[in-house]
Design a protein around this ligand. Sequence first.
Ligand code: ADP
Length: 540
Amino acid sequence: MRATMMSTPLTLSHLLDRAARLFGRIEIVSQTPQKSLLRHCYADVQRRARALSQALLAAGLARGDRVATLMWNHHVHLEAYFGIPAAGGVIHTLNLRLHPDDLTYIASHAEDRFLIVDDVLLPILESFAGRVDFERVIVATHSGDAVPSGMQRYEAFLESATDSARLPDIAEDEAAGLCYTSGTTGRPKGVVYSHRALVLHSFACGLADMMGLCQRDVALPVVPMFHVNAWGLPYTATLVGCKQVLPGPHLDPVSLLDLCERERVTLSAGVPTVWLGLLRELDAAPDRWKLAPGLRLLVGGSAAPPSMIRGFDRHGLHVMHLWGMTETTPLGTASTLKSYLEDLPEEEQLAVRATQGLPAPFVEARAMGEQGEAAWDGKTLGELQVRGPWIADGYFKVPESDRWTDDGWFCTGDVVSIDPEGYVKIADRTKDLIKSGGEWISSVELENALMGHASVREAAVIAIPDPRWQERPLAVVVLEEGAQVTADELRAFLADRFAKWWIPDAFEFVDSIPRTATNKFLKSALRAQFASRGGSERDA
Ligand code: ADP
C-alpha cells in the first residue's frame, strides 16, 4: 500500500506549544480568592507546565499514573491540564462539591498518587485525606501562609524541575485525563479521556456551529475545570490561542458580570442556574455593566428554559444550548439555527434554539424505543444512544457495563425525540420520566414552562406514585423573593400549553431545591421527600 499522510500523533502538548509560539503574549487572567487578578500569558503557561511535567517525572511519575487536582479555575489548573499529560500522567480532576465519602471512594478507586490542591481548599482535603493514600500533596498557595507539614508548595515543586528530564513521546491513544460521573445515577464511574479524543473534541468545539471559538475571543469558563474538562474550553481556547479568563472561586452573578466587563469577555459557559442568576442582575440593573457586544453564553448540563434564552436576547446576549455528559468529553450536540430556519417566526426559532441541538461532526445519534430505532419525527421518544471518537468505550476498572449496546453505541439514559431536521430534544432522564396512565409526561417541558412564569425562580417536576394512574407529576417550586402565587394560578398558567392530564395535581412551595455536585436538581431526594404526597386527584 502506498504511503498517504504522516501519522503525527494528536497529543495535547502540541496545542500549548503552538499557542506559546504563535500567541505567546496572549493573556491567561486568573482571579485569586482575594479577588486580585493575576496575569500570565501562553508563553508563561507553557514554561510552567513544562516545569510541572519535569518535576513530576523527577518525583517518580510513571506512565499512566494518576495525578489528582482539587482546584478552582485558574492558571495552575491550566498548567496541570497540560503538564500532567505531557509527562505521561493522567490528570484526575476531583469535584470539590462532592461529599467526603465520594471523594474518598473516587480518589481510592482511581489510585491517585499525587494531588495538587488549592490552599483555600485544604479544609476539604482534611475531610477525607486520612482515608486516602496520596504519596505527595502539592499546595497551590495564594497567600504567604506556610503549608501544612508533609505537604509541598507548588512553586517549590516547580523549582525542583530539572531540565534534563526529557519529556516522553506520547502516543495519541494514551490516557490524558480522568473524570468520574457525579453519581446522579449510581456509584461514580471513571471516564478516561485519551489525547486523541481531547484533541479531536477541541477541533469540534471550535467550529462556528458548535462553540465557535476563534483567536480574537476572550473565553471565561464558569463551568469548573474539575468537571468534564470544563466542557473542553481550556483545551479549545488554547488550540485557537485566545485569551482565557479564569474566575477562581468567585462564581456569584455580580462578580462574574464585573469580570466579564473588565476583561471584555466574548464567550462564557455554565449551567442554567448560573445564567438565571446573571439574568436577574441584568434585569434589575440593565445599564450597570458594559459587556462586550454580542457576548455568547454557552449553556448546558441541564435544559435551558426558553424564557431564559429570550431574557438574554433582550439584553443583546446570545445563549447557545449544548448537550453532553461526562462520557462524551462532553460535547455531543449544539443548537444553532440552520440557514433556512432563520426565516421562521421568532417563537418557532426559540423553540429550535431550546432543543439540545444537532449532533457534532463524528457524533452519531439515534433514539432507541421498544420497537427499535425511533423515527426522526420530533414526537416518538426513545433513549438517546451515541457513538464517536470522543465517546467513552467503557468505564475505568469496570469490566462489564450495560451502558454499551452489542453494536457499539453508548446508552446515555436520556429520553429524547429527534425531529426531521435532526434536532435532538430531551424529554427526561430515563429514571425521571413520569408515566401516567400508560402515557409519558416530560418533566423537563413542565419545568421549562413553569420557569417562564414571572413569579417562579426554580421548578423541578417529579413523579410520585399514584394508585390509579401509576404515577402523577408533582411540581416543587421556589418562588422569586416576595412573590406570591397559588397552585391554582400556576395550574391555569400551564393549562394554556399542556394537555389537561399533564398538569401537576400537587404543588409544593419550598425555599430551595436540593442539588447535585454539578448543580442539577437532586430529584432522588425530592422523590424521597414527597413520595407520600400520592393520591389521585386527577379527573377521570
Ligand atoms: P451526572 O450524570 O452526574 O449528572 P453529567 O454532567 O455527565 O453528570 O450529566 C450528563 C447529563 O446531564 C445528561 O445525560 C443529561 O441528562 C443532562 N444534560 C446535559 N446537558 C443537558 C441539556 N442541555 N439539556 C438537558 N439535559 C442536559
